[in-house]
Design a protein around this ligand. Structure first.
Ligand SMILES: NC(=O)c1ccc[n+]([C@@H]2O[C@H](COP(=O)([O-])OP(=O)(O)OC[C@H]3O[C@@H](n4cnc5c(N)ncnc54)[C@H](O)[C@@H]3O)[C@@H](O)[C@H]2O)c1
Length: 356
C-alpha cells in the first residue's frame, strides 16, 4: 500500500504490511521490482496484482479478458486493474496477449522489459476450464486447456528464465490445483495440466536455482467465477455417484469458507517474490483463506520389496494384503455391478461367516 502522508505532515506513517513487515518511508516488501502477472484481470490474479503494486512493485497486468472457457476477448479487466493500481499511486501497464502461444508468452515478458527495463518476478495465474467426463471430452477441450495451463506456463517461463538467468535473480510462482494434485472428476484436461505444472515447478526450480532464481507453486482455493463454474447440481450428482471432489463448492457456512476471498491468496504469492524468500525453492503450497500449507512431494507411502522380479501370483497376494492395506478406492463401482475379481457379497439374510 502507498502510505498516506501523516496528518502532521511529518512524512508517511509506518503501517503494518500484509507481508508482515513494517513499512517505513513508504518502502514496500516488493519496492521497485518489475513483476508480470498473467490472468491478472480477475479473481486471484487481480488480488495478487493489487497487493504487489501496494508493496511497491511495478506490475504488468496481463489478461486478454476471456470467458471461463477461454473464448472471447475483452481489454476491460486488465485496463480496470491497471486503473485501480494507478489510482492508488502505483505503477502498472496492461498486456492483452494470450499465454497459450509462444509468441504471446514472449510478448508478455517483453512488456515488462519495455515498460520497466527488467523482469524480477513472473506469476503464472492465467487459467480456463473445459470440464467434461473423460469419455465425452473432445480433442479441442483437451488441447485448449493444456495450451493455457501447461504450455502457457512454458510459454511465459522460458523467456522470463532467459532474462532471470542473465540477471542472476528472479522469482517464478506457478498456479497448480488440488484438481491436479488429488484429482477432481470431470477435469482430466485441467487436472493433467495442473499436475504437469507441479512437475514443471520442481524441474524449473532445479534448472534455475544456481542462478539465484526460485520457482514455487501455489494450489489455491478461492471463490471466483472459475469455482462457481462447477455447479452445485454437478457436485451433488457426483456425490450421489460416490465420486468425491477435491474442492467442494458448498455455500459458505463456516468462517473458513467465508474467508475464501481470492485476495486471501495474494500475500503468500507476493511473499514468494520477496527477497526474504530467497531460499524457498521447488515447493508447492496450498493456500486457502488464512491457511497456508506446505505440500509433501509425491514419494512412496509404502513399499514392498524382494531381491528379484515379482511374479503375478505374488503380487495378487501382496498388493491387497500389504501395499494397499487400509487404503480405499476413491470411486468404487456400485454394488449392483458385476465386477470380475470382486469377492461375492454376503447374500442378504445369510449367517455371517457361513459358506458362500
Ligand atoms: N479459484 C480457485 O479455487 C482455484 C483452485 C485451484 C486452482 N486455481 C487456479 O488459479 C488460477 C486463477 O483462477 P481464478 O479462480 O482466479 O480464475 P478466474 O477465471 O477468476 O481468472 C482467470 C483469469 O485468467 C485469464 N486468462 C484465461 N486465459 C488466458 C490466457 N490464455 N492468457 C492470459 N490470461 C488468461 C482470464 O481472462 C481470467 O481473467 C488459475 O490458474 C486456476 O486454475 C484456482
Amino acid at each position: 500500500m502507498r502510505l498516506p502522508a501523516a496528518a502532521d505532515g511529518a512524512g508517511p506513517a509506518a503501517l503494518p504490511s500484509p507481508l508482515g513487515q513494517q513499512k517505513v518511508n513508504g518502502m514496500g516488501a516488493l519496492e521497485g521490482k518489475s513483476i508480470v502477472i498473467t490472468g491478472a484481470g480477475r479473481g486471484i490474479g487481480r488480488g495478487v496484482a493489487l497487493l504487489c503494486a501496494r508493496e511497491g512493485a511495478r506490475v504488468v497486468v496481463n489478461d486478454p479478458g476471456v470467458n471461463v472457457d477461454g473464448t472471447g476477448h475483452d481489454a476491460g479487466p486488465a485496463d480496470q486493474v491497471v486503473a485501480e493500481i494507478k489510482g492508488e499511486g502505483g505503477a502498472a501497464v496492461a498486456s492483452y496477449d494470450s499465454v497459450a502461444t509462444v509468441d504471446g508468452g514472449e510478448a508478455i515478458v517483453r512488456a515488462a522489459i519495455g515498460a520497466f527495463g527488467r523482469i524480477d518476478a513472473l506469476i503464472n495465474v492465467a487459467g480456463i476450464l473445459r470440464d467434461r467426463m473423460i469419455f465425452n471430452m473432445s480433442e479441442q477441450e483437451w488441447d485448449d486447456v493444456i495450451a493455457v495451463h501447461l504450455k502457457g506456463h512454458f510459454n511465459t517461463t522460458k523467456p522470463a528464465a532467459i532474462m532471470m538467468r542473465q540477471q542472476r535473480y528472479g522469482r517464478i510462482v506457478n498456479f497448480t490445483s488440488g484438481s491436479g494434485l488429488l484429482g477432481n472428476p470431470g477435469q482430466a484436461n485441467y487436472g493433467a495440466a495442473k499436475s504437469g505444472i507441479a512437475g514443471f515447478t520442481r524441474v524449473v526450480a532445479k534448472d534455475l536455482g544456481r542462478y539465484g532464481v526460485t520457482c514455487n507453486a501455489i494450489a489455491p482455493a478461492a471463490a471466483t467465477r472459475m469455482t462457481m463454474q462447477v455447479t452445485q447440481e454437478a457436485r451433488e450428482l457426483r456425490a450421489r455417484a460416490g465420486i468425491g471432489s477435491a474442492a467442494p463448492n458448498q455455500p459458505p457456512v463456516t468462517q473458513a469458507q467465508l474467508m475464501r476471498d481470492p485476495e486471501m491468496v495474494a500475500p503468500m504469492t507476493a511473499y514468494l517474490c520477496t527477497d526474504e524468500a530467497w531460499n524457498v525453492n521447488g515447493q508447492i503450497f496450498h493456500v486457502a483463506g488464512g491457511t497456508v500449507g506446505l505440500a509433501h512431494h509425491p514419494t512412496p507411502a509404502r513399499t514392498i520389496w524382494k531381491p528379484a522380479m515379482w511374479t503375478l501370483d505374488e503380487l495378487c497376494e501382496a498388493v491387497p494384503a500389504q501395499l494397499m492395506a487400509g487404503t480405499s478406492n476413491p470411486a468404487p463401482p456400485p454394488p449392483d455391478l458385476d465386477i470380475p475379481g470382486r469377492p461375492a457379497t454376503q447374500p442378504e439374510g445369510s449367517i455371517a461367516g457361513g459358506a458362500r
